[in-house]
Design a protein around this ligand. Structure first.
Ligand code: AMP
Ligand code: ZN
Length: 391
């Protein structure tokens, strides 16, 4: 007698079979390429950062586009050479960021990625949501998270959101930004006012604080820094209900600017200790606000307080933020061990593309277009998907 397995389990087997993926990320100024396997082995992972960002103090869209045009082909070539792999033979899937991000950067990278896919027969192509990449990165270390609902705090240069994920495909945004400015951008601009330089100023600021060895373990010292000596006001008062909940980073830069002017402080003349203290207070101004908003949400919806919390995005690499969350919430806090996987990278795009495909069995068509604005809650409602014809 011929036994046939149920269709779902055949599909699961096909979707979960061992494959290798070429992944590309280019939604802002970094050009990133990775090769990874469906079992989570990272075989290649590199990024190039455009120098113009630290010189200009922000991203200039045309320079970012040019950077991707120059960098992506060389990175892909290096990835294939160093891993000794061939597209269409060893690598059977391309995952490329479809949005959200800067329109020009997305177009440059997405067209290049589609070109690679069209040139190879039977190449699977998945256009990936950038924030899904940040959100699912942690599941490479803790895949079990995908079997239950969890919260993600996405804190990056372009986003600040608290998301409730039911699985790899279904996400509700619980708290979003009130205005456009995200936490990473605000921290970077504040750091710049304090005289820090670089591409990731908030990171430079954190490194500087830790080098000064402030006695932050002394509760009296920490209290005086964050209470009596604290010169800033926290944004946004209590919302009327959980629907009005929002993060806001529109006033922190102005507050710091006014404070420096009012106190006639010239940052180049500040002692290293005073500069580190001020930088620490600025970090606290941002992080306290996030924690306060999440606590307000939990007060309105206590059932959420039991869920695990994942922190992802570039700002998630901040040690103080990680520690602060562990102190303030009873939930288990998850953060990627490798800090390089918090900031923009192509591994997260490849991994999210794989998880998306495993769960949905959907590929993205080669006629699909980029989405420079795209809510995670609309992951499946956009056009451009097709069932994998090989299933
Ligand atoms: P992303 O947009 O996810 O690539 O994240 C980039 C943002 O994360 C930039 O604003 C960085 O300054 C910020 N960032 C990176 N490392 C840290 C850190 N250690 N502490 C705070 N912010 C950071
Ligand atoms: Zn990002």
């Amino acid at each position: 007698m011929l036994l046939t397995a149920p269709r779902a389990s055949i599909n699961n087997f096909v979707c979960k079979r061992f494959i290798k993926v070429l992944a590309l990320e280019y939604s802002c100024d970094d050009s990133c390429v990775a090769i990874l396997s469906s079992t989570g082995d990272i075989l290649f992972n590199k990024k190039t950062t455009s120098r113009h960002v630290s010189e200009a103090g922000g991203v200039i869209p045309i320079k970012a586009i040019n950077h991707h045009q120059k960098s992506l082909p060389g990175l892909v070539k290096a990835a294939l050479e160093q891993t000794n792999m061939k597209l269409g033979k060893d690598i059977t899937m391309i995952c490329a960021t479809r949005g959200p991000g800067l329109a020009g950067s997305l177009c440059a990278g997405y067209q290049f990625s589609k070109g690679l896919a069209v040139a190879h027969d039977n190449m699977k192509f998945v256009g990936v949501h950038h924030m899904l990449g940040h959100l699912l990165m942690i599941t490479m270390e803790f895949e079990d998270l995908l079997n239950r609902s969890f919260l993600s705090l996405l804190v990056s240069g372009g986003h600040t959101q608290l998301v409730l994920s039911h699985d790899a495909l279904k996400h509700d945004i619980l708290i979003d930004l009130k205005e456009k400015r995200a936490i990473g951008d605000s921290l970077d601009k504040c750091g710049r006012l304090l005289g820090f330089k670089g591409n990731m100023i908030a990171k430079e600021m954190e490194d500087f604080i830790s080098k000064q060895n402030l006695p932050l373990d002394d509760p009296e010292y920490k209290k005086s820094l964050l209470k009596s000596k604290f010169p800033f006001k926290f944004p946004l008062s209590s919302p009327k209900n959980s629907k009005d909940m929002a993060f806001s980073f529109s006033g922190q830069i102005t507050q710091l600017k006014h404070y420096l002017e009012r106190e006639k402080l010239e940052v180049e003349h500040l002692s290293a200790k005073s500069k580190a203290e001020l930088a620490f207070q600025i970090q606290y101004l941002h992080f306290f606000h996030i924690i306060k908003k999440i606590k307000q949400l939990f007060a309105a919806r206590p059932e959420l307080a039991q869920l695990p919390i994942v922190i992802s995005g570039g700002v998630a690499s901040n040690s103080f933020l990680r520690e602060y969350f562990r102190e303030e919430f009873i939930s288990r806090i998850y953060v990627p061990k490798n800090k390089d996987l918090c900031t923009d990278n192509a591994v997260m795009i490849g991994w999210a593309g794989l998880k998306f495909f495993e769960k949905s069995r959907l590929l993205t068509t080669l006629e699909s277009t980029t989405k420079n604005t795209w809510l995670l809650s609309d992951l499946l409602t956009v056009d451009g998907y097709e069932k994998d014809p090989s299933l």
